[in-house]
Design a protein around this ligand. Structure first.
Ligand SMILES: Nc1ncnc2c1ncn2[C@@H]1O[C@H](COP(=O)(O)OP(=O)(O)OP(=O)(O)O)[C@@H](O)[C@H]1O
Length: 758
């Protein structure tokens, strides 16, 4: 078979740095076909980063009999050649990450689309650095369209775009932009700059002394090739995301890199767009050869749904769309120009090339607001996503003097914030402001996630992370003292995720005997050990397939078993005991512990740091109940209602003094202890009293109550007293923290707060 391939890359022009690498990768892929069996003729054209040149060259080559094109790096070039592909019935391997919004029947897209690459990057950015993001890009289709999606995504995640800036294609003067960044102090920068602009931007960032630890740049584009071109130390500390990184530490990739270097006779930087070029070229040529045809529909039909093991994991070609389902990683650039992998989706992310439709615009329900406005103590203002006032209660008009239809400016907002206590709620792109005179007691908003409710600000922030966690498959680490509700939270994440119909399997990793843990986790085949069940057994990893595996008390897992667990978590593959076959499992891992794992790693050598970082992709720290007394009353009522359902009848009221005691008691056993105490009191009062009274409480609580009453000790006083006593007794922070059942860092913080020293 004779195949004439047209390579359309820019060897001159602003994006040539990247495209030369793609050209090399295409040549490498083509070199792997035996010349005896097929003749592959390669014609190369320089399209000079110019869409007009791309069209004329493509058309000229199509007339000369080229049926397969590879390249067209920028979206502007790709879009420009589409009519040529249609006219001459040619195929294009488009191997570049891009903005999506396209699925042309003549194109095979092997680059990442935003939901695979950009959303993961934004999630990581927000979790690690904060929610204020500065957008910078070149002024053409890819950055503008990508940022349109990024802005929606940031808004959904309650982040803020502090600036959105575009510079012309090839722009290299960034002093003013960097100055603007210094002034606006974003938490991170998201860059869609390409070509020469990338180098100039990072170099100016570096010259002007910005620090990647404080304000890193996240860019889907800046990869190994660009880092080498700008000077590897200049890009160090910044982030990118892709399926492929040259540093991937697996045998397939090592062999690929070795062969690549041998082919070119030197060490080369290999980036994801290069790998995607290699991959796309091979896949399409294989299909053409196999089907002995250039006929578009036959070829795509043959490729559709194909699964491939590659150097960057298992990829699958879409059955409906010509894009790849793939795992995605996030890399942090090292001073040697390579990336350290800091996050790995582990399982594949499906391509969603088309932007997800935004929820339909909602209208404020004036009838409901009117009724509410008449009875509410607060003044109510509802504003649209464009900051136009859509509703004002009479009180709000009297208090502010604003009118319906007016646009709320930042100045007006400041003015009301100065005068009133303002609580704002966001729902369906609308914001509702509730205004109260500021001397009144603060209004406590309730945050709900799954079955958990809280008024506590700190816990609300943690639950926001839980919300993010429920929408991804990232590993989650839940921290918190015993009884704070770590398992309840893990279940809520599962219930709120799209795995909710799959199983939720909980396992207490600290409680299983050492010699049983492997069979418990991974299963075994019949006859493997004495006492093994007939027919063998599947382990918890397999039971959790398509669902969530909750590894409780992970901090208590013996060190030597942590390595086995790490391997299974990393590969998502297990081997049953007594078998050699690897089995793949699709699971999301949530781990929990009441230990301070960082401390275990640093001081006691009790936990593997690699396992810690694997698990701690998203971490959620549940505050102890004594640090969120505002939640005690609601929890108490929740339990009383629950016991009414279980036991049929019982006390309906709680004595006011008892409730006050519940609020002030330090609850060392947290919510579990509160629940137990209420159940006990409920049963003691049942049939005798319609109220839960102090006589229904156990001695230790009544004792606390009696001790407290004369001196009116506050919760803080009790805490201070307990800490002082523990420090006096042990004269050692480590031991005192163990005695008190709190982490060292918490103890240091408290000692500072109460001015206690050793
Ligand atoms: N938000 C909540 N609402 C109602 N009940 C809760 C809540 N959180 C925890 N509980 C109850 O508290 C008890 C302890 O919860 P859970 O087992 O989730 O805690 P944990 O932190 O995992 O405990 P441990 O560290 O001992 O494993 C359970 O009875 C649970 O039902």
């Amino acid at each position: 078979m004779h195949i004439k391939v047209g390579l359309l890359f820019s060897f001159t022009g602003t994006t040539s740095i990247t495209e030369k690498g793609q050209y090399d990768a295409a040549c490498f892929a083509i070199s792997q076909y035996s010349k005896e069996e097929h003749t592959i003729e390669v014609v190369t054209r320089d399209i000079c980063s110019d869409p007009r040149k791309a069209v004329t060259e493509a058309e000229a080559l199509a007339r000369e009999g080229v049926k397969v094109f590879i390249g067209c790096y920028t979206s502007a070039c790709r879009k420009a050649v589409l009519p040529v592909l249609e006219k001459y019935n040619c195929l294009l391997v488009y191997p570049t990450l891009y903005e999506g919004q396209e699925d042309h029947p003549n194109v095979f897209y092997t680059g990442e689309v935003p939901n695979q690459q950009v959303h993961t990057l934004i999630d990581y950015l927000m979790n690690q650095y904060g929610k204020r993001i500065y957008l910078i890009g070149n002024d053409y289709i890819y950055p503008r369209e990508t940022n349109a999606q990024v802005k929606t995504y940031i808004k959904e995640k309650k982040g803020e775009v502090v600036e959105e800036k575009y510079v012309p294609f090839g722009h290299r003067e960034f002093h003013q932009t960097i100055q603007d960044i210094i002034l606006k102090k974003p938490d991170a920068i998201f860059s869609t700059l390409v070509g020469q602009s990338v180098l100039a931007f990072y170099q100016t960032y570096n010259q002007m002394g910005l620090n990647p630890e404080a304000t890193p740049i996240f860019s889907p584009i800046t990869k190994e090739t660009e880092l080498y071109a700008m000077g590897t130390t200049i890009g160090a500390g910044h982030y990118s995301s892709a399926s492929y990184f040259q540093s991937l530490n697996n045998p397939m990739n090592k062999a690929f890199v070795k062969e690549y270097d041998q082919f070119f006779g030197e060490r080369k930087a290999i980036s994801s767009v290069m790998f995607n070029t290699y991959l796309g070229t091979k896949i399409l040529l294989d299909a053409i050869i196999k089907k002995n045809s250039f006929e578009r529909d036959r070829i795509f039909h043959y490729m559709s749904g194909k699964k491939m093991e590659t150097a960057c994991g298992t990829l699958r070609i879409g059955t409906k769309k010509r894009h790849l389902s793939r795992p995605v990683k996030i890399g942090k650039a090292l001073p040697n120009g390579q990336f350290e992998i800091v996050w790995d989706s582990a399982s594949n992310i499906q391509p969603r090339p088309y932007r997800i439709k935004q929820s339909k615009k909602s209208h404020v329900n004036e009838i409901v607001l009117n009724a509410w406005g008449q009875i509410s103590e607060e003044a109510i203002i509802a504003i649209s996503e464009h900051r136009t006032i859509q509703y004002m209660s009479r009180k709000a008009i009297e208090m502010t003097g604003f009118n319906k239809g007016e646009t709320i400016t930042p100045k007006m907002l400041k003015q009301i914030e100065k005068t009133y206590q303002v609580n704002s709620y966001e729902a369906k792109m609308k914001t509702l402001f509730l205004l109260k005179p500021s001397f009144e007691k603060s209004f406590e908003s309730i945050y709900q996630f799954g079955s958990i409710q809280t008024k506590n600000q700190l816990f609300q922030t943690e639950l926001e992370t839980a919300t993010i966690a429920s929408q991804s498959t990232a590993n989650v680490l839940i921290l918190g003292e015993t009884g704070t509700g770590k398992e309840v939270l893990a279940r809520s994440i599962h219930e709120e995720s799209d795995r909710k119909d799959g199983p939720f399997i909980a396992i207490n990793t600290g409680a299983i005997p050492k010699d049983l843990i492997t069979s418990e986790l991974f299963g075994y085949v019949e006859g493997t050990f004495t006492g093994a069940k007939k027919g063998g057994s599947i382990g918890r990893f397999e039971s959790a397939h398509n669902g969530t595996l909750f590894l409780d008390e992970i901090g208590d897992m013996p060190l030597e078993l942590q390595v086995i667990l790490l391997r299974a978590i990393e590969t998502k593959k297990i081997i049953r005991l007594g078998e050699s076959k690897e089995r793949e499992v699709d699971i999301r891992i949530i781990a929990a512990t009441n230990r301070d794992l960082e401390e275990e790693i640093a001081y006691n050598n009790g936990f593997r740091s690699d396992l810690y970082y694997r698990l701690n992709v998203l971490s959620i720290d549940i505050p102890p109940l004594r640090e969120r007394p505002e939640d005690v009353e609601a929890l108490a009522w929740k339990f009383i209602n629950e016991f009414h359902e279980i036991y049929g009848d019982g006390p309906k009221e709680v004595d006011q003094e008892v409730m006050q005691l519940f609020i002030e008691y330090p609850w060392p056993g947290n919510i579990r202890e509160l629940r137990n105490i209420i159940e006990r009191a409920f049963l003691l009062a049942r049939g005798k009293s319609s109220n839960i009274l102090s006589e229904h409480l156990p001695k230790k609580i009544k004792g606390y109550y009696n001790r407290k009453m004369p001196s009116e000790l506050s919760l803080k006083d009790v805490e201070k007293k307990m800490i002082t006593q523990a420090i006096l007794e042990t004269n050692n922070v480590n031991e005192a923290s163990k005695k008190l059942g709190i982490g060292r860092s918490t103890l240091y913080r408290k000692m500072k707060e109460f001015e206690i020293s050793l």
